[in-house]
Design a protein around this ligand. Structure first.
Ligand SMILES: Nc1nc2c(ncn2[C@@H]2O[C@H](COP(=O)(O)OP(=O)(O)OP(=O)(O)O)[C@@H](O)[C@H]2O)c(=O)[nH]1
Ligand SMILES: [Mg+2]
Length: 440
């Protein structure tokens, strides 16, 4: 169990180890420069304990007003004269937080439902880089909101939903909006907490001449502000870790995919060579146990060689473990293969032992048996090579400090957050691209 205080130190240490073992080539350093820079920037934030919180949501829902209300200053432009937010802007929150040196609030342009441009993507990516997101809505959730929230969750972003403009709804209307939002977000594991605020409330005022004007009144964001401060105090470094691991995980996936694709041909040749060697060993060897032991040794050694080829270090014990796991998961590699090999071997041995009695005639059918055994060995080796490559892509062992494993561990052991945190495997699986083309 990692204690809250240790999280950042432990995460930094494991990531440092992991990064060192990546053995990046110059080509990879150039190709993945952006993600590497992003990771360094985030690791730097983790070291300096600087948290970034951003707002996200549709145009005009009150994102800038919310930030102004939280800091009690008019820093971010909101009104009609200043126009809506066009570029991101940040401001250091003037409050002290436990275990953090700085908390930055970042305003960003709204999601433009009409002009869905490239700018939108850039905006989304910069929001993704921040550690905690206040997702602002000003009425029921729309399709655009849903897509955006799902995207954020898919990226394991911690988000807090904030319903703004509550001054415009009466109690019954607010209740209706809330129940609809909850219904739409019911795919989340835990009931989503929605903060109710009025960042820049207005009130109708009758002027002496009888005309009605709407005037600004005092913002109501105190409950959210206290809650947010609480969350940052308790989990600030946790958010920093999640974001760092998320970026590290993305880099690792890009790297693995690139290595698998670049080395596909070499991997195929390597598997081919092993398959031939194993086939001749298994087919010629008349003693069953030696066949099976050689098979296991061959497969483990193939996995070690494959991991070296991909630049992903896998030691002997991990390789043997992987062979066993693969054999257990895949019937053709495990029991069935052994069963068929045993049957074929018994047949072969009976024929070999019967050779003197039959004047050598019984040796003739051992050839097709040996061929069948060889074919099975070749097939099994190719399968194990392919499955091993797939495991490399998806992650193999539990204790090598890989970002995804650390991320899952942290998310699993911190499920009691009052915010929505990704762990929505169905979202990932439904959009997971088919990666078969990368496999040897
Ligand atoms: N009645 C009412 N009006 C609000 C509230 N919050 C914001 N507004 C008004 O809504 C308008 C838009 O507010 P902004 O804060 O600029 O909205 P935004 O989401 O930052 O807009 P973009 O940057 O364009 O995406 C302004 O005129 C605000 O005064 C609120 O709680 N109640
Ligand atoms: Mg704005």
């Amino acid at each position: 169990m990692i204690y809250q205080r240790d999280i950042a130190t432990k995460c930094k240490f494991l990531l440092g180890q992991w990064k060192e073992n990546l053995n990046l080539t110059n080509y990879e350093i150039t190709k993945f420069e952006d993600t590497l820079n992003q990771l360094d920037f985030q690791i730097n934030k983790l070291e300096k304990k600087e948290l970034q919180i951003s707002v996200h949501g549709r145009v005009g829902v009150g994102k800038s007003s919310l930030l102004n209300a939280l800091i009690e200053k008019q820093i971010f432009p909101t009104d009609i004269i200043n126009g809506n937010t066009k570029t991101s802007k940040s401001y250091k929150w003037d409050e002290r937080f436990q275990g953090l040196n700085k908390v930055e609030l970042i305003d960003s342009p709204g999601i433009d439902e009409i002009n869905n441009s490239n700018k939108e993507k850039i905006n989304f990516n910069s929001v993704l880089d921040t550690d905690l997101i206040l997702y602002v809505i000003d009425s029921d959730i729309t399709r655009v909101d849903m897509n955006s929230i799902e995207d954020l969750l898919r990226h394991n972003k911690p988000i807090l939903i904030v319903l703004n403009r509550c001054d415009q709804w009466n109690r019954r209307e607010t209740k209706l909006i809330l129940s609809s939002v909850h219904r739409k977000l019911s795919f989340c594991k835990q009931k989503v907490k929605i903060a109710l605020v009025s960042s820049s409330p207005r009130k109708a005022k009758i002027k002496p001449d009888g005309t009605i004007r709407s005037v600004k009144t005092i913002p109501k964001v105190d409950i959210l502000k206290n809650e947010l401060k609480d969350i940052i105090d308790q989990s600030g470094d946790f958010f920093l870790c999640i974001n760092t691991l998320r970026i590290a995980d993305r880099l690792y996936n890009l790297l693995k995919e690139n290595r698998l694709l670049k080395k596909k041909k070499e991997a195929q040749n390597l598997i081919g060579r092993y398959a031939t060697l194993k086939a001749s060993g298994v087919a010629l060897n008349p003693f069953l146990m030696i066949d099976l032991i050689t098979g296991l040794a061959f497969d483990s050694s193939l996995i070690i060689q494959l991991s070296k080829l991909y630049g992903l270090e896998v030691g002997g014990p991990t390789a043997r473990q992987l062979v066993k796991r693969l054999s257990f998961q895949n019937s053709l590699l495990g029991g069935v293969q052994i069963g068929i090999q045993i049957t074929l071997n018994i047949l072969k041995q009976i024929m070999i032992f019967a050779a003197p009695l039959t004047g050598g005639l019984s040796l003739a059918p051992t050839a097709p048996i040996a061929i069948a055994q060889a074919a099975l060995a070749i097939h099994a080796t190719k399968l194990i090579g392919r499955l091993a490559a797939y495991k490399f892509l998806m992650g193999t062992s539990r204790n090598d400090g890989r970002p995804r494993l650390m991320l899952n561990y942290l998310l699993k052991n911190n499920s009691d957050f009052r915010i929505m945190i990704g762990d929505f495997k169905f979202l990932t699986s439904s959009t997971e691209k088919n990666k078969n083309y990368l496999l040897p």
